[in-house]
Design a protein around this ligand. Structure first.
Ligand code: URA
Ligand code: SF4
Length: 266
């Protein structure tokens, strides 16, 4: 498949392109993605974080707030899948536990090479206990398809926080830095169990929290660069819920996926 064909396929998958039906997808057969624009500077994977000026240390939540005895990051870091899942489902470490219906642990291939990280469950996810099940989830599935991936097949989907954050009016909101810091040891353990080859951060919240960057870091500093998280390459793209509202940025998200594919292929 030429790169133009692949791009059309992507645009169609995400709902803005010509009608084109995929018959089979082979990741290995992906041709060289289109060259990235000049301004995109790629960093060697092993390079130290280049954002010293942007680094952000959220205040760590009090360890004993809700008396969760399992909440020791060092203990979490040694858990197997079963224990980790059970611990998350009973976690009361931060206030997000109060209003949840279900914890949303993550879903997909536990040996996936691709890990996609969103910010946190919304209403639908809280009801179902699975990440990205609403409209944004459909778009994410189509983005995965464009990469030759599926939820259960070489892709894993998780969030920074496992419980749904809501505002005073009961509407979805992004997690705070403190909530993210409380929950991230679970994601860290998921990552070390999965051992993916590449991480795609879906949106600013996921990117900032994984890369430990200050909340005011502009997205323009995050996209188009290969970052490093725990020695793994990390590429940032727009959050699918945002892409649902922005046609132009859907096209830019294709560039991000090209960068991710090129990085994965290396
Ligand atoms: N948005 C996210 O970031 N994660 C989900 O699971 C759903 C919506
Ligand atoms: Fe525990 Fe994470 Fe839920 Fe907070 S968001 S209660 S840390 S699982």
């Amino acid at each position: 498949m030429t790169n133009d064909q692949r791009r059309s396929a992507y645009l169609e998958e995400i709902g803005i392109g010509p009608v084109w039906k995929r018959r089979s997808v082979q990741i290995e057969a992906v041709p060289e993605p289109k060259p990235r624009p000049e301004h995109i500077v790629e960093q060697p994977v092993a390079a130290p974080a280049p954002h010293d000026d942007l680094l952000f240390e959220p205040a760590m939540p009090e360890m004993e707030t809700h008396g969760s005895s399992n909440y020791d990051p060092a203990v979490i870091a040694r858990m197997d899948w079963a224990t980790l899942k059970e611990t998350v489902s009973g976690c009361t470490k931060c206030d997000l536990c109060r209003n949840r219906t279900h914890t949303v642990f993550g879903v997909g291939d536990e040996k996936a090479k691709w890990l996609f990280v969103g910010e946190g469950p919304g209403r639908n996810e809280d009801l179902r206990g699975e990440p990205f099940v609403g409209q944004a989830g459909k778009l994410l599935d189509n983005m995965l398809l464009a990469l030759g991936l599926k939820r259960g097949d070489n892709a894993y989907i998780a969030n920074i926080v496992k419980c749904r954050p809501t505002d005073a009016a009961g509407k979805d909101r992004p997690p705070t830095a403190e909530e993210s810091a409380a929950c991230i040891p679970y994601l860290q353990r998921q990552i070390s169990l999965i051992q993916p080859s590449i991480i795609v951060a879906l949106g600013k919240t996921a990117a900032l929290s994984l890369l430990n960057l200050r909340p005011d870091t502009p997205v323009s500093k995050l996209r188009g660069t290969v970052h490093t998280y725990a020695d793994l390459p990390l590429v940032v793209t727009y959050h699918p819920a945002y892409l649902l509202r922005s046609l132009t940025d859907k096209k830019k998200a294709w560039d991000d996926l090209c960068l991710a594919m090129a990085t994965y292929g290396r």
